[in-house]
Design a protein around this ligand. Sequence first.
Ligand code: PMP
Length: 283
Amino acid sequence: MLPEREAVIPVTDHGLLYGDGVFEGIRFYYRHPFRLVEHLQRLADSCKAIRLELPYTRAQLKKAANEIIAAFPEENGYLRLMVTRGSGPMGLDPAGCKEPSTILIATRLEMIHPELRGDGIHLIIASTRRLPADGVDPRIKSLNYLNHILARMEATQAGAHEAVLLNSQGRVTEGSAENLFIVRDGLLITPRPVDGALEGITRGVILQLTAELNIPTREAPLTAYDLYTADECFLSGTGAELIPVREVDGRVLQHCPGPVFSTLAKAFQEQISIECKPKEHSL
Ligand code: PMP
């Protein structure tokens, strides 16, 4: 464990040179990582998909996560876990990269402004598209975020808070770093991974909660029109948790925050308490 200034990697790391690597973003609450098992599973799957051998067992990664959380000055924060192809000769061929680099960072999370959380955010639909699912499978959480960054820059340029990326067929995929949900006539709908959505861990928690709460839910293709005419829309992610959307490309949505969002946001916070809060903190 090193202070930030001393934690350095070689300039020849293929994660830096080519974005050849995968990562996870994990929240911890009350010094307990939320859904760590799911994050480690997704990391292992991402590694498998890109033929990168995960150099540590899940038990070792779990131990490292708990150690860095114990050393962190605050009880809530964010972990960034990365595995890159490692250092090697120039050129795309990873054969010369003998040892993957595993990096674990603990940091404070820049929270969404509480006011925005209440009022809801403004989205734009970016002209930058998500990488096609037949190029890099969207379930691989790779270090290549350039098109997501360009989309986010478009949002900032337009005075909005976040951008939605469409796929090459014009279907809605997700936000630059969050999954997207809409509500229409009481039905909760989220795009399918095959259309370009990451299989978000928070998205998974929401799908679990909607099943428990008997909220009708479906994974289905969505277009810009579906967002413009939705009763409700919200984003989900490790960093974002759940954020309501007020406006999409200047169309003000019917409800913000809407009843389905409010039910799920409350249930999500309760889930965090159930899974992370030590018993002595309980009411
Ligand atoms: N989509 C993208 C592109 C992301 O980067 C993230 C954040 N990791 C998400 C969705 C949300 O996923 P999760 O709930 O696992 O954080």
